[in-house]
Write a protein that binds this ligand. Structure first.
Ligand code: ZN
Length: 225
C-alpha cells in the first residue's frame, strides 16, 4: 500500500512505520457494547506495517470475509526508542498525534475468540489500519482531553473523549514498553470509544480530531488480491 508517515503540514517523518501496537477495550463503554469484561491489565496486540494505508481518498476493505467493523482511535507516533520507559520518557518520545481506524473482521474475530485463538486474521489484513496525517505533538496541547469523532454518510457514529480512556496515553505506552521495545516510526493505537459497527462499500467516512485534523475516505473493495 506504500504507506509513509506524514505530518499535517506536509512534512515527512525520518523513520518508516515499524509496527502498530494496539490496546483492546480501553474505553469502558466500548467494552460493554461488545459484552466484554473490563480487563485488569491492558490487552495488547500488534498490526504489521503491511496493514497500514493512508486514511485519505479511499479505504479498501476485504470482501467475502464477513463484517468489517470500524474502530476510530487516537494514534500516537513514536519518535524515540522506548524500553522500560517511565511516563516522563514517554512524554518526550511522542512525535505526533493522528487518527486511525482499527478495522476488524468482526465475524472472524468472534470465531477466533470463541476458540481462544489469536486475532491476526481479524486484525492484520492488508489495509486494516488506515492512518491519517499526524499533528506535531506540540500542537495538541491536551491529548488526554481531546475529542475524536467519526461520521459515516453524514451520521455521527462515534464521538468520544480521550479523557474516558481506562489506561491514559502515557502510562499505557510506558506499559507497552515494559513488554517490548517501541522504536521511532512505530504507532500506538489507544483504543476505541463506543459506537463501533460495520462499514459497507460506498460509504463515506469522515474522522476528526478536535478542530486540528479532518480526514475522509470512501469505502471501496480491496484491490490487487
Ligand atoms: Zn481497537
Amino acid at each position: 500500500m506504500n504507506y509513509s508517515h506524514r505530518f499535517s503540514d506536509g512534512r515527512t517523518f525520518g523513520h518508516p512505520l515499524g509496527k502498530i501496537v494496539c490496546v483492546g477495550r480501553n474505553y469502558a463503554e466500548h467494552a460493554k457494547e461488545l459484552n466484554n469484561p473490563i480487563p485488569v491489565s491492558p490487552i495488547l496486540f500488534i498490526k504489521p506495517e503491511t496493514a497500514a494505508a493512508a486514511f485519505e481518498g479511499e479505504v479498501q476493505i476485504p470482501v467475502g470475509r464477513g463484517s468489517v467493523h470500524y474502530e476510530l482511535e487516537l494514534a500516537v507516533l513514536i519518535g524515540k526508542t522506548l524500553t522500560n520507559a517511565d511516563v516522563t520518557d514517554v512524554a518526550q518520545a511522542i512525535a505526533g498525534y493522528g487518527l486511525a481506524l482499527d478495522l476488524t473482521l468482526r465475524d472472524v474475530q468472534s470465531e477466533l475468540k470463541e476458540k481462544g485463538l489469536p486475532w491476526e486474521r481479524a486484525k492484520c489484513f492488508d489495509g486494516a489500519c488506515p492512518l491519517s496525517r499526524f499533528v506535531a505533538a506540540d500542537n495538541l496541547a491536551a491529548p488526554q482531553s481531546a475529542r475524536i469523532a467519526l461520521t459515516i454518510d453524514d451520521e455521527v457514529r462515534q464521538d468520544g473523549l480521550t479523557s474516558d480512556m481506562l489506561n491514559p496515553i502515557l502510562p499505557l505506552i510506558a506499559y507497552m514498553s515494559s513488554q517490548f521495545t517501541l522504536k521511532p516510526g512505530d504507532v500506538v493505537l489507544t483504543g476505541t470509544p463506543k459506537g463501533v459497527g460495520p462499514i459497507e462499500v460506498g460509504q463515506k467516512l469522515t474522522a476528526q480530531l478536535n478542530d486540528l485534523l479532518t480526514c475522509s475516505a470512501v469505502v471501496v473493495p480491496q484491490k490487487n488480491r
